[in-house]
Design a protein around this ligand. Structure first.
Ligand code: BGC
Length: 739
């Protein structure tokens, strides 16, 4: 039961008490509860510390890495572990996960987001939320919505058509909300089609609550609220941070003046109360830092993507082969991005130490560049080249120097210092392995051509150094897969012409063709495709079989480990509908599954495609529609490595678009009832006019001419001289067609 709060207390509780707490209302026995970032660790601001300095907590792999595991179970375990850490620090709500799509590889917060694909994002984030909330700690699904860039993030309007919005930018939010009911949803800073997300009634109320059934509270991003009254009216409940006495007073005044419905303020206040009461039920907890570090290492190991391994250079033997470890990132790991998600780790593994302890052979180190050094330093590079020449194998660590919330990147290139190091080392030692540390894709062409082995190590969190050594020495057989396409060059990217916009607007011009969808639709070459990743073993696929079920499509495919060691394959199901009248991507990921196989073992992998995920947003009806027809299901090891294809007939939803007098002749004839009625009307007119039927009637009788007439709306046709159809007939015809 909620206490009855005065209007003043209702207003006060809908803004924060400070940066990280809700407002306490002592008279009503409501304590202040703590909310904090998020998402890959618990960043509790140390008392007296600055905003971004947190007390030590496990820095799990950021979403860029955890998404590359394609492993929902690992994400659930990460969520559970975060829940335990929250409980140990009395945190009620952890501000994550971030499920915005990676629209452009330049996005400054791509390291905090999962993927360019909404299903992969949604599946993984759902499990993360389930794991966290199973511990009695709330999630905050963010940033709702269309916060896919940092440039002008507090003001820019993301201008995006509704189909794209629904199918791409809202889809992961919808999935997480409907499947895991996060306690809170955080509204984004930006505008969506001209309206601030924090004031967007359609988004916050009509879509989120009325359509999706969201039961929790909407919290603002920190500083996203411009006008408290407008926000409450739109469906936002809690403004952060606080306090905001001025806004509280404005709310009370708006209610008194009748400008704001008192019930809306009461409802928002009760949602905040409900969250506080719910939080009060979670028991205090503790966690085992060593066990969480081990989990962080396990996830990081599964996140590493092996992009190239010519001649089986990897894994490295644990003895007999001397190794030159080159690049400062081996010693000073780059393991997370900047901004609100920055965690103070409980411990930090560096790859150099871990490599040293993985081999009995000589390991030489040379930094090659300084941590922030962008311009090549000849002396440092020369030292590294000498080390490479004197060793059997060279392992070069390189990557991005800056990735932070608040700023987009301006290029996909490696810093010149890193690139020069790779090129000169590879020229000196043909057995060169490159390990990348970066929060979003980097262009690898053309320098990777001179490098036989390439590891995408993302930002791997505090245990990344050990995980890299695990993969280098084969203690873990890599199974990470790209959750985002690596393009040959930035200009190839579907978002290129419309990012980051100008003068307050960014147009989502590529529409539904985000990421790999756009590369595939334009048959564009890529460096490494979405879903790609190698293993130290190999897999073959048998023929897939697919059956339509009441709830979707079930696909079965036998997969065999054809190599010499145990390994994990990520089996992916892409769907298309050839001949569909609506624009569609050539392949859309709809399901995936991880399978662990011993050498020589075969298993039947079952992939379940939800019927809902086959739907497209039908703009004329304003709802989701599963089109009937023969769907092509492509089963592959990546979006561009399809191993088996199968066609499955799926029954469509009843989705008739009503005919009107503005519908064209072609649309009338495409509709069975419409064709019957219009055909009869034309025949009647022709019979009545006899030989003098006139040019329009003659055209209507000729199929070739009908193609030309096809685009004529009925109302316009009726106005032509000699038309077989008169304006007076239309109303009756329309009524009969839609009867
Ligand atoms: C970020 C959010 C974060 C919040 C609180 C904002 O700047 O956009 O992701 O949760 O700050 O730190």
């Amino acid at each position: 039961m909620y206490s009855e709060l005065s209007a003043a207390d209702q207003a006060a509780i809908t803004s924060g008490g400070d940066f990280w707490h809700t407002t306490a209302v002592e008279s009503a026995g409501l304590p202040a509860v703590t909310v904090t970032d998020g998402p890959h660790g618990v960043r509790m601001q140390a008392s007296g510390g600055d905003l971004l300095a947190g007390v030590p907590a496990t820095c799990f792999p950021p979403a860029v890495a955890s998404a590359s595991t394609w492993d929902a179970d690992l994400l659930r375990r990460m969520g559970e572990a975060l829940g335990d850490e929250c409980r140990s620090q009395d945190v009620a709500v952890l501000l994550g996960p971030g499920v915005n799509l990676k629209r452009s590889p330049l996005g400054g917060r791509n390291f905090e987001y999962f993927s360019e694909d909404p299903i992969l994002t949604g599946v993984l984030a759902t499990e993360w939320v389930r794991g966290l909330q199973s511990k009695g700690v709330g999630a905050s699904l963010k940033h709702f919505a269309v916060n896919s860039q940092e440039t002008d993030r507090m003001r820019v309007s993301a201008d995006v058509d509704e189909r794209t919005l629904r199918e791409m930018y809202l889809r992961a939010f919808q999935r997480v909300v409907t499947k895991s009911q996060p306690w809170t949803v955080m509204c984004a800073y930006n505008k969506v089609n001209g309206v601030y997300a924090s004031e967007h009634h359609w988004l916050l109320t009509e879509v989120l609550r009325d359509e999706w059934g969201f039961e929790g509270l909407v919290v603002s991003d920190w500083g996203a609220v411009v006008d408290r009254v407008k926000s409450i009216a739109a469906g936002l409940d809690l403004t952060m941070p606080g306090p905001d006495a001025e806004g509280d007073a404005a709310l009370v005044e708006a209610v008194e003046a009748g400008r704001l419905d008192a019930a809306l303020l009461r409802t928002s206040a009760s949602r905040v109360q409900e969250m506080i009461l719910k939080a009060g039920k979670r028991p205090a907890g503790s966690y085992d830092a060593a066990a969480h570090h081990a989990l962080a290492r396990e996830i990081a190991g599964r996140a590493i993507v092996l992009l190239k391994n010519e001649g089986g250079l990897l894994p490295l033997p644990g003895s007999g082969v001397s190794i030159a470890v080159l690049g400062e990132f081996a010693r000073t790991p780059r393991y997370q991005g900047g901004g609100s998600s920055q965690i103070t780790p409980t411990q930090l593994d560096d790859a150099l130490t871990q490599i040293q302890s993985s081999t009995s052979a000589a390991v030489t180190f040379a930094p090659g560049y300084t941590v922030d050094g962008v311009d090549p330093d000849d002396a440092l590079i020369a030292e590294a080249v000498t080390a490479a020449q004197n060793s059997d194998i060279a392992v070069v660590f390189a990557g991005s120097v800056h990735e932070t919330e608040g700023a987009d990147r301006d290029s996909l290139d490696l810093p010149a210092s890193h690139r020069a190091l790779i090129e000169r080392v590879a020229a000196a030692n043909p057995r060169t392995v490159v390990v990348l540390s970066n929060g979003a894709v980097l262009v690898t062409k053309p320098w990777d051509e001179a490098v036989p082995a390439l590891i995408e190590g993302w930002l791997l969190g505090q245990a990344g150094g050990s995980a890299i050594a695990d993969v280098l020495f084969g203690r873990i057989n890599p199974s990470g897969r790209l959750a985002e396409t690596i393009p040959v060059k930035l200009a190839d990217h579907p978002s290129f012409l419309d990012f980051p916009g100008e003068n307050g607007h960014v147009r989502y011009g590529e529409g539904i063709h985000v990421g790999y969808r756009g590369f595939d639709a334009r048959e564009q070459e890529v460096a490494y495709p979405f879903g790609f990743g190698l293993s130290y073993t190999s897999f073959s696929y048998g023929s897939a079989a697919a059956v339509a079920t009441a709830t979707g499509v079930e696909v079965r495919v036998p997969v065999t480990n054809t190599g010499g060691r145990e390994g994990r394959e990520i089996v992916q199901a892409y769907v298309s509908l050839p001949g569909s009248p609506v624009s569609r991507a050539p392949r859309e990921l709809k399901a995936f599954a991880a399978v662990d196989l011993a050498a020589g073992e075969t298993a039947e992998v079952v992939l379940t495609i939800d019927r809902d995920d086959l739907a497209y947003w039908e703009t004329r009806l304003g709802r989701w529609v599963v089109e009937g027809g023969a769907y092509r299901v492509s089963i592959g090891a990546s979006s561009r490595d399809i191993r088996s294809e199968v066609s499955v007939e799926v029954a469509g939803d009843a989705a008739r678009v009503p005919l009107t007098s503005e519908s064209s002749v072609g649309e009338w004839f495409a509709d069975p009832r419409g064709a019957e009625l219009l055909g009869a009307a034309f025949a009647e007119a022709a019979a009545a006019a006899g030989a003098d039927a006139g040019p329009m009637a003659a055209m209507a009788a000729d199929p070739a001419m009908m193609m030309m007439l096809g685009s004529l709306p009925l109302s316009r046709m009726a106005k032509f001289p000699g038309s077989p159809l008169q304006t007076e007939q239309l109303e009756k015809l329309v009524a009969a067609a839609n009867d």
